[in-house]
Design a protein around this ligand. Structure first.
Ligand code: ADP
Ligand code: F6P
Length: 322
């Protein structure tokens, strides 16, 4: 293998740049000629390749986002799209690919691998919903941004004797909400993994009020059936909430942060492991963090498996608000 390309795909995550830098520099160290693909799988479809030298990835380690750009490319989900991508890779004599991204992106990586192309994945999404890595690149930074917002909302909530519903990202996964709830001292988390009703939220707020609390915080996952919009609609005109309730949807602010030290180190380790795997001739794997070590999991297993949320932390969350 002489030439290797790297792409970032799906939602951007803080630390993707650190991963690109590590892939490029460790790839060069292994003797590969390195290329970047612009805008994820869309760049494979329109052959948007750029040569990347060690200097080209200088100064990006501490920057959020991705210097290569990211995208959602529906055409790549089709066999025709994947064959077009393969043909573009072959025409440019690129013989290996590193895919930095989350669930969907790794499904794409697996699809290319099944068509015979050497691909290695790097686990990166703020949602932390990817099997094969206990923590993915970007989660730590996104969680800390959510937490900072929650801490700020608590201050104003307490001043006005209010309750806040705070919606965090995570797509279909409640990980960010659960962690933000635990770290932010929330009364309750509303997550897809645990059945709860709007009446449960009202009961929780009332109980907090009756215990003498002067404010309340409920962290809601965007993927929950009863998300913030549904809850606020349900609360309209109700006078039995215990508190005056306000809502904040954090949205994309969670994605745009400067990557934390943890995310930079994780991204650097996973990027280095990806090129090492290509150099060993081991493909079709996802590089992830398992028991604090970098481990490879077959992409086939990754795409077929669902990462469970920790029941221990779900149970802790239920009893901590007193
Ligand atoms: P993430 O990787 O963050 O989960 P998406 O789910 O949006 O993000 O996926 C990113 C891209 O990966 C999609 O736009 C598409 O190009 C590709 N992709 C997603 N699912 C598949 C699939 N089942 N097969 C092939 N490619 C896929
Ligand atoms: O996968 C990352 C993520 O930020 C999810 O948490 C969220 O549901 C989605 O991407 C938002 O996508 P977009 O940036 O396309 O609005």
């Amino acid at each position: 293998m002489k030439s290797v390309a790297v792409l970032t795909s799906g939602g951007d995550a803080p630390g993707m740049n650190a991963a690109i830098r590590a892939v490029v520099r460790t790839g060069i160290d292994k003797g590969f000629e390195m290329y970047g693909v612009r805008h994820g799988y869309a760049g494979l479809l329109d052959a948007s390749f750029i040569p990347l030298g060690a200097r080209d990835v200088g100064g990006i380690l501490g920057q959020g986002g991705t210097m290569l750009g990211s995208a959602r490319a529906p055409e790549f989900k089709t066999l025709e799209g994947q064959q077009k991508a393969l043909s573009n890779l072959n025409q440019h004599s690129i013989e290996g690919l590193v895919v930095i991204g989350g669930n969907g992106s790794q499904a794409g990586a697996h699809a290319l691998y099944k068509l015979g192309f050497p691909v290695v994945g790097v686990a990166s999404t703020i949602d932390n919903d990817l099997y094969g890595s206990e923590v993915t690149i970007g989660v730590d930074t996104a969680l800390n941004i959510a937490l900072e917002s929650i801490d700020r909302l608590r201050v104003t909530a307490a001043s006005h004797k209010r309750a806040f519903l705070v919606e965090v990202m995570g797509r279909d996964c409640g990980y960010l909400a659960l962690m933000a709830g635990l770290a932010g001292g929330a009364e309750m988390v509303v997550i897809p993994e645990v059945e709860s009703t709007p009446q449960d939220v009202i009961a929780t707020l009332n109980a907090a009020h009756q215990r003498g609390k002067n404010h309340g915080l409920i962290v809601v996952a965007e993927g929950a059936k009863n998300d913030v919009a549904v809850l606020m609609e349900y609360f309209k005109g109700k006078t039995n909430l215990g508190f005056d309730v306000r809502a904040t949807i954090l949205g994309h602010v969670q994605r745009g942060g400067v990557p934390s030290a943890f995310d930079r180190v994780l991204a650097t380790r996973l990027g280095g492991a990806a090129t090492a795997s290509l150099a060993r001739g081991e493909y079709g794997m996802l590089m992830g963090l398992i028991h604090n070590e970098i481990k490879a999991t077959p992409l086939e297993t990754v795409v077929a498996s669902k990462k469970p949320l920790s029941t221990e932390m779900i149970e802790l969350m239920k009893v901590l608000a007193k």
